[in-house]
Ligand binder design. Structure first.
Ligand code: SAH
Ligand code: SF4
Ligand code: F3S
Length: 460
């Protein structure tokens, strides 16, 4: 790869809002800028360039990113020569209008154009700003396949965009059409990560089970040793075969993608974790229908059953929206019941927020904010109890833990994550190292953490 060192010595700080996809984009941008001679700073102080990677998913997310941008722009007076840019979903959504929202912003680059950042920053520094780039060309993914290295676990994009068009959701507008990266490109990225010591790969897509449905991702002659036909199981199998990869996760799920083949893949492929994030959104058929989610409560139940039959130890997490237009008390109670049935280990609960340009935004936002708040609170209390019970049930069991490093609180102990994605703290420390997978006997649990004792190393 040719490296442009014209920017040598310039420093950049990236602040990230939003989902894992934005976290991944920020890392990819960071790696791209490093290849162009920049130095990444963990703090704002001393940065020549500040990038704010923005999220549009709810009004509050946009307010946060805008507030941050205005603060950083205002602070420019104290840092002569500093340039400030917005990137990501809000940059994509607002286009030129972002310059009115944030007076003094130097540039704004949307989700499809991140690969142009080195050139955009250079142009701005040469006095050719402000620049707004939200072009709708196909995103250039391979120059954005870089990683910063040095971590045990990494995100890898496999599916860009989203074609589902749920009635409330702005993501398809800001992330564009669904497009699956060729499996060979994904595997090249995974191999390079594994060679640098990465042990856990999380494959990312907004609706990740749609991988390979819209465009072909496999060479014709590639075969699956376990006889999988669907693209995602085949990819999981191939990633599992990369030397050094110990664990594989993929997110986010959708009930329509929970096929019996995927369930078998989760059960059979070594390293695929016993955890799935499977957004439910609502337990009411009327609401699910209006949300255009493409499934009923029964379909959701069936998906959960298929997965749990194959993987009895599976931990499920979910997203819920409360106060969707027209949500009645009975609809809400249906959500409560389905959450209880599904036995989620964790749930992210959001108050409905109308997003301009989505179908739902044209419907009356008729659940008062106080009622949204109440429903949110009720579900949180339910979930706290449910989560505590599920954690309690782990006491006395042995779990597999990927060792991450010394516990922050007590350096005499280790911290890691279970296959079910829970933080596990254990001792003694002597015999293991970061990157090992070990057996830990769970002895007690807190709301967020499980504690236990080392009972053997699986392998290293
Ligand atoms: N692609 C993911 C979700 C991305 S957005 C998926 O479909 O699984 C993350 C979550 O934000 C969604 O699952 C939903 O619960 C919530 N969300 C999206 N749009 C929202 C809106 N307009 N108001 C409130 N919550 C919303
Ligand atoms: Fe949004 Fe639905 Fe796509 Fe998820 S699946 S990103 S909620 S449109
Ligand atoms: Fe937000 Fe964009 Fe993710 S809108 S949730 S950062 S895809």
């Amino acid at each position: 790869m040719t490296v442009d060192t014209k920017q040598d010595g310039r420093t950049v700080h990236i602040r990230t809002y939003g989902c894992q996809m934005n976290v991944r984009d920020s890392e990819a941008i960071g790696a791209l800028l490093v290849r162009h001679g920049y130095r990444l700073l963990a703090e704002e102080a001393g940065a020549d360039v500040i990038l704010v990677n923005t999220c549009s998913v709810r009004g509050k997310a946009e307010d946060k990113a805008l507030g941050k941008l205005r603060l950083v722009v205002a602070a420019k007076v104290m840092h002569p020569g500093r340039v400030v840019g917005a990137v990501g979903c809000m940059a994509q959504r607002l286009g030129n209008a972002i310059l009115k929202e944030v007076k003094g912003l130097d540039f704004s680059v949307g989700t499809h154009r991140l690969s142009t950042l080195p050139a955009v920053i250079e142009a701005v520094c040469a006095g050719r700003g402000p620049i707004v780039d939200t072009g709708d060309e196909e995103p250039e993914t391979e120059s954005l396949a870089g990683h910063l290295g040095g971590s045990l676990s990494a995100f890898v994009n496999i599916l860009l965009g989203c074609d589902r068009r749920c009635a409330y959701c702005i993501v398809p507008e800001v992330r564009g059409r669904e497009w699956s990266r060729p499996a060979e490109n994904v595997l090249r990225e995974v191999r390079s990560l594994a060679e640098q010591g990465c042990r856990e790969i999380t494959l990312l897509g907004q609706s990740v089970m749609s991988y390979g449905r819209k465009n072909p991702v496999w060479e014709e002659e590639a075969v699956s040793p376990r006889g999988f036909v669907e693209p995602l199981p085949r990819l999981l199998e191939a990633v599992s075969g990369v030397p050094g990869v110990r664990r594989i996760r993929f997110t986010s799920g959708h009930p329509a993608g929970c096929s019996s083949e995927l369930a078998r893949a989760m059960a059979e492929i070594p390293g695929v974790c016993d955890h799935l994030h499977l957004p439910m959104q609502s337990g009411s058929d009327a609401i699910l229908g209006r949300m255009r989610r493409g499934y009923t409560a029964d379909d959701y139940r069936a998906a959960v059953k298929r997965l749990r039959d194959a993987v009895p130890s599976l931990a499920l997490t979910t997203d819920i929206i409360v106060g969707f237009p027209g949500e009645t008390e009975a609809d809400f109670e249906a959500t409560r019941r389905l959450m209880d049935e599904a036995q989620f280990d964790n749930a992210y609960i959001f108050k409905y927020s109308p997003r301009e340009g989505t179908p739902a935004a044209t419907w009356k936002d008729d659940v008062p904010d106080a009622e949204k708040m109440r429903r949110n609170q009720v579900l949180l209390v339910d979930q706290d109890r449910r989560g505590a019970e599920l954690n309690q049930a782990c006491v006395g069991r042995k779990v597999d833990v990927l060792v991450e490093g010394p516990s922050l609180r007590n350096k005499e102990r280790w911290a890691g994550r279970s296959s079910t994605n829970k933080i596990v703290i254990f001792d003694p420390r002597e015999t293991v190292q970061a990157g090992d997978i070990v057996h830990v006997l769970i002895e007690r649990v807190g709301p967020q953490v499980m504690y236990g004792t080392l009972r053997g190393t699986l392998n290293s």
